[in-house]
Design a protein around this ligand. Structure first.
Ligand code: RM4
Ligand code: MN
Ligand code: MN
Length: 424
């Protein structure tokens, strides 16, 4: 399915007068509105290839129908999102769930829809049907060299696929760890993992980055071999200048101060990318901004402050990806909500008066510091984000248009009601 430009224009035309009033009111006392709008227009968030179907839990999965049956249809779905919001112009592939067996045509199809290939994800946390050795007791950490070799070879293969598609980075997330005390020698597991990462790193093209993603728990519950930002930083600093730590919001213990983590990683030039989602308890992978939008704002505030201090480009210098998927929403509507939440938090953080905040901090004025942050957070930036969409040729209200156009019904008609996309 494809959304005609004229349908978007028609939709925007109907809403134009009301939007204009709201935007003008919002922009009236905002500094540098044009600069902020441009940044919002430039900011793109990659969609993971595994989030286009209804996510499952270990208790079951309830596909909603019309799920993409192959990589081509996944790219087509991201094309729909991007047409509606002009902010989802990238896809992040999971291998082996989405092997690009036909790289030429898939690259051309993505290009036509304005979609580029973001980080490649190597998946060694499941066994595949034709796989020789099992990852039951880990992959790069494994006590058996042959299992480690298999995982290393898989990662190298993922780099090869990425090269064919024009990707420039590899994300390594390992489920390795242990479930019970005594199961693992921590030092040995670390050393095996480091050695494996080094061998993968050696195969990285010069203009590529490697991201080492950490996670506090799950599927291993006693220890994770890349369990926190300190361990990830240890690996990435030993690996070299092309290796970076990747932060996934759901990969921390409850109440962790994630904004402080990103600030320090940026200070060290070691933050490489970000996986957005939201959670109440663990790696819940809920819609971005659905549980704790204030935390997201605080993180964006540190991201902007830290990136500006290093004169980094907000849109291009870090890899931004959504990593959320669950059981109860239409996955495309869910992703539209996530992208919107990211943009809102980004816009609010762009409004923070950094100069005034620095002065207040210097004067130990705790009250004023909080006022400055919350003034930005409590600003209704929805008209601003909508205006950025309008100027990019996207829809003023993406979800409303998605429903008006009966996109899901059409996808079900095309693909059937029982198709199940690859993923979790
Ligand atoms: C992990 C981690 C990875 C993601 C997999 C599916 O918890 O977040 O980034 O690719 O899940
Ligand atoms: Mn992740
Ligand atoms: Mn995760």
């Amino acid at each position: 399915m494809h959304i005609e430009k004229s349908r978007i224009e028609e939709h925007n035309h109907k809403l134009a007068a009301g939007h204009k009033k709201q935007f003008e009111r919002a922009a009236a006392d905002m500094m540098d509105v044009h600069g902020v709008l441009q940044k919002l227009m430039d900011f793109q968030v990659a969609i993971p290839s595994w989030a286009l179907g209804t996510g499952g839990t270990r208790f079951g999965r309830f596909p909603g129908g019309g799920e993409p049956r192959n990589l081509e249809e996944k790219v087509e779905d991201i094309g729909l999102l991007h047409a509606l919001n002009k902010s989802s112009g990238a896809v992040s592939l999971h291998i082996p769930w989405d092997i690009p067996s036909n790289p030429g045509p898939i690259k051309a199809a993505a290009h036509k829809l304005g979609i580029r290939f973001d980080a490649m994800n190597s998946n060694t946390f499941q066994d595949q049907k034709d796989q020789k050795l099992s990852y039951k007791y880990g992959s790069l950490q494994h006590v058996n060299q042959h299992v480690r070799n298999q995982a290393i070879e898989h990662n190298i293969q993922v780099i090869r696929h990425g090269k064919e598609l024009g990707s420039k980075s590899l994300t390594v997330w390992l489920s390795d760890g242990s479930c019970f005390p005594g199961q693992l020698n921590f030092r040995k597991a670390f050393q095996n993992t480091l050695e494996g990462l080094q061998r993968i790193y050696a195969e990285l093209p010069d203009d590529w980055k490697m991201f080492v993603e950490y996670k506090a728990h799950e599927p291993n519950f006693y220890s994770m071999t890349v369990g926190d930002w300190g361990q990830s930083y240890l690996y990435t600093s030993k690996l070299g200048p092309h290796a970076y730590t990747l932060v996934d919001l759901g990969h921390h213990h409850p109440n962790t101060n994630i904004e402080q983590i990103v600030s320090l990683l940026l200070m060290e030039g070691k933050l490489g990318g970000f996986h957005f989602n939201d959670s109440k308890y663990g790696d819940d992978d809920l819609t971005v901004g659905s549980i704790n939008p204030y935390q997201l704002f605080l993180i964006f505030n540190e991201l902007i402050e830290g990136m500006d201090a290093r004169e980094m480009n907000h849109a291009g210098d870090l890899a931004w990806m959504i990593d959320a998927s669950h059981n109860v929403k239409d996955p495309l509507e869910d992703l539209l909500q996530s992208v919107e939440a990211i943009k809102l938090a980004y816009a609010q953080a762009l409004l923070v008066d950094q100069k005034a905040l620095k002065t207040a901090q210097q004067q130990n004025d705790t009250v004023l510091s909080q006022e400055i942050l919350q003034r930005a957070y409590r600003t209704d930036v929805r008209p601003l984000v909508a205006e950025a969409r309008l100027r990019s040729g996207a829809a003023l209200q993406p979800i409303a248009l998605f429903r008006d156009l009966r996109v899901r019904e059409k996808l079900i008609a095309e693909r059937g009601s029982t198709s199940v996309a690859t993923g979790l």
